[in-house]
Design a protein around this ligand. Structure first.
Ligand SMILES: C[S@@+](CC[C@H](N)C(=O)[O-])C[C@H]1O[C@@H](n2cnc3c(N)ncnc32)[C@H](O)[C@@H]1O
Length: 439
């Protein structure tokens, strides 16, 4: 039995006002579920819904793509000729919201006697798999409703007729007799507490009889009892049936709760493990490139070294910042430097390559010019010397000397010591040529 139906039978059935024996509710739900298990797909319907007590018993068996029709006069009680209960659309909808929310429900607020006139049975011919008849209990209405059920049901369908043997409602048995004696094709196969079950045809009568015998065997008081020309089984009320359902529901609930608790714990453990790993890995990534000068780093290294080595993560900081100390460094290892002597005899050093902004495309042109100058000082030296002298005219330059500065190794520790890449100790300088500055 599906979970929502089980919940309704165990916790909702007694709270919804109406007329339905619990054993009968159990059987209706089981049959509607079994149809789906057997691949019988189709819509479901009830004539005479009242507050939904029996309707909800099979409403939760709706499979995807199926619809369920609730047919009742509801507040149009002037159409309820025999006062067989009085429906309330709102109370019914409220109960549906509680016990069968989201069900693809279609409410048909009509007297079933008027359905043929509005063409409803024709529109729904051969489409319904489960049909409960519990509306007006007159002889005329019962006959009418059975004929609607016959027309609208499909192969494998089950039709349930309420109050079949009620001494209060003789119209029902009269209507059933009228129907069967006038060529009705639905075939009775069982009487369950207060209701009769009919199959679509003889083939399905055997199927559903076998099913009831297999599933509810201990509740059957008589088999193959004659009802007009048909042999039917008589299924009795059994309070133990609902008790068993409650017990199995409790067991299933506690199993679900255990599974839920296990899932919550699994999620927590996974979250914690991933968080710890992220923290550990972050620590390793921070410690690996740090200079091993402090005791803290040395201590952490003892723990982290196996991890860093195994995954080849022991990268020094130039792995993350490969250009430290390389700013302005020529890929060929030599850059331009010039020294201007002013009219007071003071020397001023300039490293034009180091001042280039590598984010500007023009830096490429200047860099290439300086290289051309270093490679061909005889060809370009004079022009450049004049250019640089003019650039520093405020110094009153007298002479200018061009140098080729070759950078030596400069590393992060040098940067930490406050050194610059072009400090004399990191540069080997060769004189290129000297020029007089133009006046
Ligand atoms: C006995 S009650 C139904 C009980 C309900 N199935 C349950 O489980 O409690 C009968 C219902 O049939 C409705 N009814 C009466 N005459 C009707 C008719 N001609 N067509 C449709 N519904 C009708 C009434 O409004 C009432 O809600």
């Amino acid at each position: 039995m599906n979970k929502r139906s089980t919940y309704y039978l165990v916790s909702g059935l007694s709270k919804v006002d109406g007329w339905l024996n619990p054993t009968t509710a159990h059987i209706m739900t089981t049959l509607a579920d079994q149809q789906t298990l057997d691949g019988i797909a189709g819509d479901l319907a009830e004539i005479g819904v009242h507050y939904g007590k029996s309707f909800i018993a099979f409403a939760n068996s709706v499979a995807p793509g199926e619809r369920i029709f609730a047919i009742d006069v509801f507040e149009d009680q002037h159409k309820n000729v025999d006062q067989s209960g009085s429906g309330s659309r709102q109370i019914f909808l409220d109960n549906m919201n509680i016990y069968a929310p989201g069900t693809p429900l279609e409410v048909v607020q009509e007297s079933s006697l008027d359905l043929p006139a509005i063409g409803w049975p024709r529109q729904h011919a051969d489409s319904i798999r489960f049909f409960s008849i519990d509306g007006s209990h007159t002889r005329e209405a019962t006959l009418n409703d059975l004929r609607i059920a016959e027309q609208t049901t499909k192969a494998g369908a089950i039709v349930v007729v309420d109050d079949i043997l009620s001494s209060q409602w003789q119209g029902v048995i009269s209507g059933v007799f009228d129907y069967l004696s006038s060529g009705g094709k639905l075939v009775p196969f069982a009487v369950i507490p207060n209701k009769m079950l009919l199959a679509k045809d003889r083939r399905f009568k055997s199927k559903w009889t076998e099913f009831i015998r297999a599933r509810y065997g201990r509740l059957i008081s008589k088999r193959d009892v004659k009802f007009l020309d048909e042999a039917i089984d008589v299924v009795e009320d059994d309070a133990a049936l609902m008790k068993e359902l409650e017990v199995s529901d409790r067991a299933a609930s506690s199993k679900r709760e255990r599974a839920m608790a296990a899932r919550v714990w699994r999620e927590r453990v996974t979250y914690t493990a991933i968080s710890l790993f992220v923290a550990w890995h972050t620590l390793a990534m921070v410690v690996a490139p740090a200079p091993s000068t402090s005791d803290l780093i040395k201590g952490l290294r003892i723990v982290l070294d196996p991890y860093l080595h195994f995954f080849k993560l022991d990268n020094q900081w130039n792995f993350f910042a490969p250009d430290v100390g390389e700013e302005g460094r020529d890929p060929f290892g030599v850059i331009l430097r010039y020294v201007i002597k002013d009219d007071a005899g003071t020397l001023h050093r300039f490293d034009p390559d180091a001042g280039l902004n590598w984010f500007r495309p023009s830096s490429i042109w200047f860099h290439d010019w300086y290289r051309a100058l270093l490679e061909n000082p005889d060809d370009f030296g004079e022009e450049f010397a004049a250019l640089f002298c003019r650039e520093h005219a405020e110094l009153h330059p007298v002479t200018i000397t061009l140098f080729a500065a070759e950078q030596k190794d400069y590393g992060p520790l040098d940067r930490l010591r406050g050194k610059q890449p072009l400090d004399p100790e990191f540069v080997k300088v060769a004189t290129v040529r000297s020029f007089e500055c133009p006046p």
